[in-house]
Unconditional design. Sequence first.
Length: 426
Amino acid sequence: MKTEGKIELMAPAGDFDSLQAAIDAGADSVYFGVEQLNMRARSTVNFTIADLPEVVSRCREKGVRSYLTLNTIIYDHDINVMHTVLESAHKAGVTAVIASDISVISYARQIGMEVHISTQQNVSNIEAVRYFSQMADTVVLARELSLTQVGEIARQIEQENITGPSGRKIEIEIFGHGALCMAISGKCYMSLHAYNSSANRGACKQNCRKSYILTEKDSGNQIEVDHEYLMSPKDLCTIEFLDRVIGAGVSVLKIEGRGRAPEYVYTVVKTYRKAIEAYYNGDYSIEKARTWKETLRTVYNRDFWGGYYLGQTMGQWSDNSGSNATRRKVYIGRGLHFYPKASIGEILIEAYDLRRGDNIIITGPTTGVKELTADDFLADDQKVEVAGKGAHVTIKLDFRLRPSDKVYKIEETEYAKRDFTSCSDC
């Protein structure tokens, strides 16, 4: 639940597993897509209209705000669907809609739903904020701004007392962590040109994340740049200057990642929650921030940089097309049964082995994300060191295991041994 006067921590939710993970990790708000009219239509499961009451119910129970993302380009043939989605969200009690297309903004206002302006509008100055304050209570600023520019916009909002339709002062939202696109505020056309699959319709094919060879047209000579994907930026990470982000007057810190796994959501949200609380408690420090950054490295990332917030004019590029995470999960089985009196969970091992001392995570639509060490377990009622495929494992748990839960063990990757201290701004 958001505390008055504190920055709001907003988390992504691509499915119920991630939604529960975000809530459990301490998110103040969550944002999610419904059906196809959102910028992660292809990369994540998304919710259905029928899911909306359950999403809102879970959020309200914990005092978490719920935001529907309906931020793609809208064509005439989408209008009826857009109306249906907005009406359903409003009826279910969704807090607000994050939108960029004027048709969505207009209809949301018409039915009395709170509007937040998406980063796709590329709001970069106070005049744009004044304009959108007529229709929205929160504005997501362009990702290319420096913190100095963000701070100046926030200062002028305060000085001029610029308010939204609710009568509340306009809130400034920025992206704080996660993937960055090579295009201006995500408005990219590469996927459309190459594959006829539009990123602006939520169907990005991620061709910017691939390696390319540069060819000189006259001679045909080719250049391949080693260890650098020239159109794939490293991931944004603000944990080491979070104090400056809050000091700039930012109201909402947004975590990117609706296409990411639930353990990513849980780890990143929980880590930023710790950093935010440390700031307001007066014990935030660069030493703690560096430790938190190492925690962030354990889940999906393309290495880190600070984006453009600190005045950098050129991007920093990833050195591979995948993740640099220091840990990975390996599927080993699923939940079968929970015995509440003994607080024992029964797991069916379906792949690989479970060894005593393995770190495991259990994820599920209601369970969210739970991490533990398998120090003591039985396999087919026998005390063993290793449980193989087909074994029925029973283990003491402090939470309810469900048949919908999946079980993974955690392993270190080759990046666990990499020295990141030698990297500049990574």
